[in-house]
Ligand binder design. Structure first.
Ligand code: NDP
Length: 331
């Protein structure tokens, strides 16, 4: 069936300004790390993307290596984009990244100009796009000079292959340096993509302040701790979950779903129920309560998870009593 987007898609989503830029992002964005590769069902991937856009999720996040196999999420996105989303291109913010291992040899990994230029060209070809809206350096490179990596991001914008640039998983001091270099080059850093959830709060120790001080947006990834901050593991590991060895794509091991984490999730779930939310909704709301956060970057294995997760926008304010209880569970 040809896709016609929901005419009410902009009614319930909230859009937040990304740092001090001109760009607004939906409070909830969708990432294609899992469930969009050649090992997955294309029609399920299509349904997830359609459902997201129908809820006003205008930002889809990819990377060169998403799949498996690496590159296949961009290829599948390209197919679905061609069938369904070409008429909506100017309503979408599409990102890609390079920085993790992508092809063999010394030029398919980390942060050299040689790698990033070739990788973005490959990504554009796979997705059938003329440009990405955001191009990220995916992780810091301890060996390549930061100037080389940042100059390459700036070059990609000057060549018209990306509109904005971002960095991912940079620690506060190295993020500050990268932001400074990009500013001097005339291509301000739009956004930082760090891991952040109730179970992993490292960004609170300096990074969020660096981003706020420099007018840079923040889009936390894995805000549901890959599903552990939802109700799905409260009674054990279901077969249809990312952590199940039955799915076997190696993203999280069964032993990462530890008894300690599940106990915490059970206690958090009680607070969520008292707030009239489920645990996934509370975990997302808890991140969105901070105005320094532009958008939470969720994943989904089926369309219903998207419809469920957007429910977090109904209530993302917390009483100090609730916050105190949550902190003591997490400590
Ligand atoms: P999440 O923490 O949101 O985990 C997503 C998983 O949680 C889903 O696959 C599903 O698990 C489960 N889930 C989601 N919604 C619900 C719900 N409402 N109820 C119950 N379970 C739910 O994020 P991801 O780890 O998937 O990461 C999101 C995105 O972040 C990635 O796609 C990618 O774009 C980006 N990312 C960036 C990284 C970087 O280095 N910059 C690294 C990692 C991710 P199940 O599959 O078991 O159903």
């Amino acid at each position: 069936m040809p896709y016609l987007a929901n005419p009410d898609r902009y009614q319930s989503m909230e859009y937040r300004r990304c740092g001090k830029s001109g760009l607004k992002l939906p409070a909830i964005s969708l990432g294609l790390w899992h469930n969009f590769g050649h090992i997955d069902k294309l029609e399920n991937a299509r349904a997830i993307l359609r459902t997201a856009f129908d809820h006003g999720i205008t930002h889809f996040d990819l990377a060169n290596n998403y799949g498996p196999p690496a590159g296949s999420a961009e290829e599948n996105f390209g197919k679905i984009f061609k069938d369904d989303f070409i008429p909506y291109r100017d309503e979408l913010v599409i990102s890609s990244k390079a920085g993790w291992g992508m092809w063999p040899g010394p030029y398919g990994d980390w942060g050299s100009k040689k790698y990033l230029v070739a990788s973005l060209d490959q990504s554009l070809k796979r997705m059938g796009l003329e440009y990405v809206d955001i191009f990220y350096h995916h992780r810091p490179d301890p060996e390549t000079p930061l100037e080389e990596t940042m100059t390459t991001l700036d070059l990609m914008v000057r060549k018209g292959k990306a509109l904005y640039v971002g960095i991912s998983s940079y620690q506060p001091a190295e993020a500050a340096k990268a932001i400074k270099i990009l500013k001097e080059l005339g291509t301000p850093c739009l956004i930082h993509q760090p891991k952040y959830s109730m179970f992993d709060r490292w960004v609170e120790n300096g990074l969020l302040n660096v981003l706020e001080d420099n007018g840079v947006g923040c889009i936390p990834f894995s805000p549901l701790a890959q599903g552990m901050l939802t109700s799905k593991y409260l009674k054990g590991i279901p077969q249809d979950s990312r952590a199940s060895s039955h799915r076997g794509n190696g993203a999280i091991d069964e032993d990462q779903v530890s008894e300690d984490k599940i106990n915490k999730a059970r206690q958090l779930n009680v607070i969520a129920e008292q707030r009239g939310q489920n645990l996934a909704q509370m975990a997302l709301a808890w991140i969105l309560k901070d105005k320094r956060v532009t958008s939470v970057l969720i994943g989904a294995s089926r369309p219903e998870q998207i419809s469920d997760s957007v429910g977090c926008l109904k209530n993302y304010s917390f009483t100090s009593e609730e916050l105190g209880k949550i902190d003591s569970i997490l400590s």
